[in-house]
Write a protein that binds this ligand. Structure first.
Ligand SMILES: *Cc1c(COP(=O)(O)O)cnc(C)c1O
Length: 350
């Protein structure tokens, strides 16, 4: 077998959900964001593990993702759709009991006409200018929308990962101005918002990245481990080069291993020459360019030929790999490719 093995620790996901849940008071419920196939780790298994941990409200980006999560969880748990009610979604929303977060007057109209008795929430724009009704629009339609009994009023913070950003305070004030006294449950905080403190918690939080072991939840347990099979090793003599465009040249005799994964598997080219692979905790730097299906690694530090090398492990987590690539853990996780063999550990009943 020459594909990598991606191991997903479902007990760590459950522990991360419980740890984030413990950061908020009893009046605040903790939801779970499982969009983008559970941040690349498998929406069905992740959602089941979170439901066992106690989550009852789930969030996805689009109705199609909601269908996968409904299939995994069965009837009962609430599944919110951030993208709202799009043309063509009506059957899926109705049949699968999804709860769209309506973003615009168009979506409100579509939903009330097509599924007048179906649950919905409303997404409000408190300053991010991405999704949701603007304050002026909300002031026009609030009366009508509230008459249809929304389940949730939601908004999203643009800079919650930066505790010093004044934008979060401004958005919090805007959200209060738009929703105070309406008697509808509210949600403002994703992972970063939970960490900003109780002012941001309201009735429901909706962490994503923190569940999967990523920043800004510094206390998260690692969830993803990725190990890659070594296909071949060779000795490279001083003056010889390795890989496309000969970007790396041996200064001394070097033992080089070639492993079976590359940028087509989400190990983006930007980690070339920056990140490392590990064998029993020993660092083996990536040398030369990451190619589509292969990565070359200097394993001279080892006094044995490894069967596999680890690229996500205790020594190098998703945020470390992201930093090496100049990106964020979210992008590393959601880029992990389809070729890996995915295993889950923990999650007794999965
Ligand atoms: C993705 C997303 C979340 C989850 O955010 P994390 O930073 O991963 O916790 C919450 N709310 C909305 C609207 C989102 O798009």
């Amino acid at each position: 077998m020459a594909t990598g093995t991606l191991t997903i620790d479902l007990d760590a996901i459950a522990a991360n959900w419980q740890a984030l849940n413990a950061r908020t008071g009893n009046a605040t419920e903790t939801g779970a964001v499982v969009k983008a196939d559970g941040y690349g780790l498998g929406a069905a298994r992740v959602a089941r593990a979170l439901a066992r941990a106690g989550a009852r409200r789930f969030f996805v980006a689009v109705a199609e993702e909601g269908a996968v999560v409904r299939e995994a969880l069965g009837r009962g748990p609430e599944i919110y759709v951030f993208g709202g009610h799009m043309a063509g979604d009506t059957d899926m929303i109705g049949d699968l009991d999804l709860t769209p977060l309506l973003n615009s007057i168009d979506q409100l109209t579509r939903h009330f006409e097509a599924l007048p008795d179906s649950p919905f929430g409303i997404q409000l724009d408190s300053g991010m200018n991405r999704l949701g009704l603007e304050p002026e629009e909300w002031s026009i339609v609030a009366g009508l929308a509230l008459g249809q009994q929304p389940r949730l009023l939601l908004s999203h913070l643009a800079s919650a990962d930066d505790p010093d950003s004044p934008q979060s305070r401004d958005q919090l004030q805007q959200f209060h101005d738009m929703t105070d006294g309406l008697g509808v449950p509210r949600s403002l905080a994703a992972t970063g918002g939970i960490l900003l403190g109780p002012d941001y918690h309201f009735e429901l939080t909706r962490p994503g990245i923190g569940l999967y072991g990523g920043a800004p939840f510094a206390d998260a347990q690692a969830v993803a481990a990725l190990s890659l099979p070594v296909i071949q090793t060779r000795v490279v003599e001083p003056g010889e080069t390795v890989g496309y465009n000969a970007t790396w040249m041996a200064g001394s005799e070097t033992l080089v291993a070639t492993v079976a994964a590359g940028y087509a598997d989400g190990l983006i080219r930007a980690i070339s020459g920056k990140a490392a692979l590990y064998s029993d905790g020993i660092r083996c730097p990536i040398i030369g360019r990451v190619s589509m299906d292969l990565i070359t690694v200097d394993i001279s530090a080892l006094n044995y030929i490894p069967v596999t090398l680890d690229i996500l492990c205790a020594e190098q987590g998703v945020d470390d790999l992201a930093a090496a690539a100049g990106t964020i853990g979210y992008e590393i996780l959601t880029s992990l490719g389809a070729r890996y063999t995915r295993h889950s550990s923990g999650g007794a009943l999965s």
